[in-house]
Design a protein around this ligand. Structure first.
Ligand SMILES: [Zn+2]
Length: 180
């Protein structure tokens, strides 16, 4: 196994790959796009002039595989978000090299939004963690907003149930008195 294949999936595309012909090729963006559009390897090879074997190696070693846990209905996973950002970087460079200002600006904007979403997730995670760590069950003022909302809805439900129970109890008692 080459050192290349041992790069963990977290390391992004830019971390590769002196021994990958696709990574050092100007057609790298084309390979990424065609692969994303599920073009057959043979077609990618024909379009780029790179051997099928090399493209196969690149796709398995350098490109993040789509997250199998995501069936397309759930929120974009962190892994997919990372892949999207990598792809935007690639598109940005390809477009810049081709002097395509519109495409490079669009790719840059996708990258920025991707990075913003990533940092938003990281911040939400750390806030949630510390919030719950500091919450005292006997002191609602220490609860994070999400927990407060949860408890409020839960209590409203209980009160609603209890009120319905009381009302229907009264009604049935009233009925009983009328019929008696
Ligand atoms: Zn590669």
């Amino acid at each position: 196994m080459s050192a290349h294949a041992q790069i963990p999936p977290e390391s992004n595309l830019s971390a590769s790959c002196e021994d990958c012909l696709v990574c050092i090729s100007p057609a790298r963006g084309v390979v990424a796009s065609m692969n994303e559009l599920r073009a057959p390897l043979h077609d990618i090879a024909t379009s780029t002039g790179i051997a099928v074997k090399e493209i196969e190696k690149h796709l398995s070693a350098c490109v993040l595989a789509p997250d199998p846990a995501n069936d397309g209905t759930t929120v974009v996973s962190d892994q997919e978000l990372t892949a999207l950002i990598d792809h935007a970087v690639e598109t940005f460079h390809t477009a810049t090299l081709q002097n395509n200002l519109v495409a490079s600006t669009a790719a840059l904007s996708v990258r920025l939004r991707g990075l913003a979403e990533k940092s938003r997730r990281a911040q939400a995670r750390s806030e949630q963690k510390t919030d719950f760590e500091n919450a005292d069950p006997r002191r609602p003022d220490t609860w994070p907003p999400s927990l407060r909302k949860f408890v409020q809805v839960f209590c409203d439900g209980l009160i609603e149930q209890a009120t319905e129970h009381k009302v229907s109890g009264r009604k049935s008692r009233a009925k009983g008195q009328v019929s008696a």
